[in-house]
Write a protein that binds this ligand. Structure first.
Ligand code: NOJ
Length: 578
């Protein structure tokens, strides 16, 4: 029997699950992930708020652009004090977003289209309307310790009571709130209405695992885990005292969270163990139920060594995608190429063997990529996101270059903005990045057509929208699609990475086996430069343009001289051999 016949026989007799084994394990590697903020994606019932049916109606768009996995910000029942991150029932759908039936239809369509569905998992806190909190306030048996309760400090002379420590909420002011009914303080790291769950209480750990299983049974492919470094706080000492956090020296406003070094409320050691337990739960679930690998994406604005611990500890596995906020946190319009390259290579160098890097340039909590890094550099950054080794994660609208919308103080609804004041709110407001998605040039940008959207639509929607850009050969959207196609064709997931700087032009070559290499040139500088890429990367003189920033003079398919390649400022180019 020759080799071909053996292969044919195997293909006919082996079950599909065995043949597809490797893909089932590694589907997320090199993946193109996309974040949907449901409130602002597509409003199907015209009430001004995005919904599940709206998302379902737009899944073909995600398929068209090449997305492999989509994560949804919370869709659960919520009083919406923090727009869904304050959850009053982890297993119910928020009525203004739709019903469980709508969710099931969405999940089924994702499956049909081959798009993996990832849900937001918010383990750190509940809403103060959650039945667990209400029961805990009433000290119902079994629920007494579900949250972090403390009697506070009592002044021996005056008898006056004050919060147990100086800890601050991420949204300003004390992280402790007095509860008159229970006559104790509870901890809240975010709004007052988001009490912190107590992970030293085994029943909490068990209940939250039930939540994961509930959604796994509904067929989701994994979870984006919210604010994981806040999960644990230091426990009171033997006398019941809680230590104050020291000043950070980073700002002078004692109500602002930047005033303190969060050494007792962030990045605590116990956190990692819980993440590893959740990963184990996903693996056990898969063993029992079959199917493809289930993933965790963890959200942590921590220093690099802490981020890397989420991957695992060498023995236990953790999150497959610990969000890499290294660029997001440390760069802005004034960052230079050296900074970008250093941050990128630091992360690449830290990723443990067998794991993958990931790249994030925006989300619903940050100013949008185009506004933060420059509208003229949208393509440059999308090229970077899609051609670096590893996984790429796009926040809705980055693919068309959506920009922030300035929202007045009076119209602001985001809690950290509302907790500040008229002069300072803009720096902390997340409303500007949450305005509705721009689908077309019709009324309300096609987000809906009737009721006023919950946040205003950008005035640039007539040009910056999917419909218009789809029809233009040179558009951010079409470049984005080309990049995903290229990623798949050039097998960039496991390609080698070799880089060099030419002044302020960041270049790198990526190659996977015998597949044609690609070479990327990104001009972060302020002037046009001519460089010899061919000599540097041992490539022929003639190179072909695969993707070029829309502002450049280059067009896709154009043959250029790689020994004398001119790269204008702010322009990104992807080239290959003929
Ligand atoms: C991080 C989420 O991304 C943010 O939107 C939310 O306000 C906080 N966690 C609290 O859940």
């Amino acid at each position: 029997m020759n080799v071909q016949i053996v292969f044919l026989v195997l293909v006919t007799i082996l079950p599909a699950s065995i043949l597809c084994q490797s893909d089932a394990d590694t589907w997320y590697k090199g993946g193109n992930f996309y974040q949907i903020y449901p409130r602002s994606f597509k409003d199907n019932n015209n009430d001004g708020i995005g919904d599940l049916k709206g998302i379902t109606s737009k899944l073909e768009y995600l398929k068209e652009i090449g997305i492999d996995g989509v994560w949804l910000s919370p869709i659960y029942k919520s009083p919406m004090k923090d727009f869904g991150y304050d959850i009053s029932d982890f297993t119910q759908i928020q009525p203004e977003y739709g019903t469980m039936k709508d969710f099931e239809a969405l999940a089924a369509k994702c499956k049909r289209l081959g798009i993996r569905l990832i849900l937001d998992f918010v383990p750190n806190h509940t809403s103060d309307q959650h039945e667990w909190f209400i029961k805990s306030v009433n000290k119902e048996p079994g629920y007494e310790n579900f949250f972090y309760w403390h009697p506070g400090k009592v002044n021996a002379t005056t008898g006056e009571r004050s919060p147990p420590s100086n800890w601050l909420s991420s949204f300003r002011y004390s992280a402790w709130e007095w509860n008159e009914k229970r006559k104790q303080y509870y901890l809240h790291q975010f709004t007052i209405e988001q009490p912190d769950l107590n992970y030293r209480e085994p029943a909490v750990v068990a209940k939250m695992k039930e939540v994961l299983v509930y959604w796994l049974d509904k067929g989701v492919s994994g979870f984006r885990v919210d604010t994981i470094p806040s999960l644990f706080e230091v426990a009171p000492d033997e006398n019941g005292n809680i230590p104050d956090e020291p000043p950070s020296g980073k700002c002078n406003d004692p109500d602002d969270p930047c005033y303190l070094s969060h050494i007792y409320t962030y990045d605590q050691n116990e956190t990692y163990g819980i993440v590893y337990e959740w990963r184990e739960l996903l693996e056990d679930y898969r063993k029992q139920h079959g199917g493809d690998q289930l993933i965790l994406m963890t959200e942590a604005y921590s220093e690099l060594p802490y981020i890397l611990r989420y991957y695992g500890d060498g023995k236990l596995n953790g999150s497959q995608i610990p969000f890499n906020f290294h660029l997001l946190r440390n760069t802005n319009k004034t960052s230079d190429v050296f900074e970008f390259k250093r941050l990128i290579e630091e992360f690449l160098g830290g990723v443990p063997a067998g794991s993958e890097a990931n790249w994030v340039l925006g989300n619903h909590d940050q100013k949008r990529l185009a506004s933060r890094l420059g509208e003229q550099r949208v393509d440059l950054f999308n090229i970077l996101l899609k051609t670096l080794p590893g996984i790429s994660i796009t926040y809705q609208g980055e693919e068309i270059g959506m920009t922030d919308v300035i929202i007045s103080w009076e119209d602001s609804v985001d809690p950290p903005a509302c907790n500040s004041n008229e002069t300072t709110y803009y720096a902390v407001s997340r409303d500007p990045a949450r305005t509705p998605f721009q689908w077309d040039d019709s009324r309300n940008a096609g987000f809906n057509w009737f009721k006023k959207p919950w946040l205003p639509i950008s005035t640039n929607y007539k040009c910056v929208n999917v419909k218009t850009q789809r029809a233009q050969p040179r558009s951010h959207l079409n470049n984005y699609k080309r990049l995903i196609k290229l990623r798949k064709e050039a097998s960039l997931g496991n390609a080698s990475y070799e880089s060099a700087l030419f002044g302020e032009i960041y270049t790198y070559k990526r190659q996977s086996g015998s597949v044609k290499p690609i070479v990327v040139a990104l001009n972060f500088g302020k002037t046009w430069e001519t460089i010899n890429l061919s000599a540097k990367y041992n490539l022929p003189e003639a190179l072909k343009v695969v993707v070029a920033s829309i502002e450049s003079q280059y067009t896709e398919g154009q043959i250029v001289n790689g020994t004398r390649l001119t790269v204008p400022n702010d322009i990104g180019l992807v080239l290959t051999t003929l």
